[in-house]
Design a protein around this ligand. Sequence first.
Ligand code: TMP
Ligand code: ASP
Length: 251
Amino acid sequence: MARRKKIYEGKAKILYEGPEPGTIVQYFKDDATAFNAEKKDVIDGKGVLNNRLSEYFMTGLNQIGVPTHFIRRLNMREQLVRNCEIVPLEIIVRNYAAGSLSKRLGIAEGTQLPRPIIEYCYKDDALGDPLVSEEHIAAFGWASQQDMDDILSLALRVNDFMSGVMLAVGIRLVDFKIEIGRVFEGDFQRLIVADEISPDSCRLWDIETGQKLDKDVFRRDLGNLADAYSEVARRLGVLPKSNVAKPTLIN
Ligand code: TMP
Ligand code: ASP
């Protein structure tokens, strides 16, 4: 069998050429990084959990008519996704103050925001993904005004969906990051939710206790990351408790 072609290797995922034109295989690694990869570790089972959780969220979004790149899960660590051209922006949606917003503006973590706040970062690891304004985005041509209208609408729909799904299992969606891809259909281009949606890219706090169930557990050395992600998966019914994060299941 011919070796498949690696297209790109990122910090948490590897992309391979897919079996049909226009498709990509997205492989979830166990690597965890923070602070632009200054902090690194390998967390047994993280890739398996994120593959399943991203499948769960993306499938739900597809079902309510929010287009995503997700086609189907292939195995424990891989999913088939639509090939798309990633808009070079990280789209952050915040419902409560935390992380860099709290630091930048001096607002206590956990403060409820008057409305969801959307921020954009320019995707460039060498620059540390700097915060940018819509002025920068327009002036440098990273996205058109129409794209930005569509991105805002997608981001708010993802926020409503994710907030509801999490609330139902006693988890507060504090904030999250998504990436958006362009797909071309004849003369038209369409924007879809791409990359992943997982506890790597969200802040998730238990509503009762405030316990963190996301990558801040790793960023801030708060405990075992796989246990936190397993708890999210268990509450959502994504994996039965006994199957979660066992390295023996990884293929
Ligand atoms: P921040 O408060 O550090 O700016 O993070 C905001 C949200 O974005 C949080 O849910 C974590 C997520 N995020 C990523 O997914 N990737 C990143 O590289 C960073 C910095 C944050
Ligand atoms: N994903 C980023 C990194 O590796 C930052 C983060 O999520 O905190 O370095």
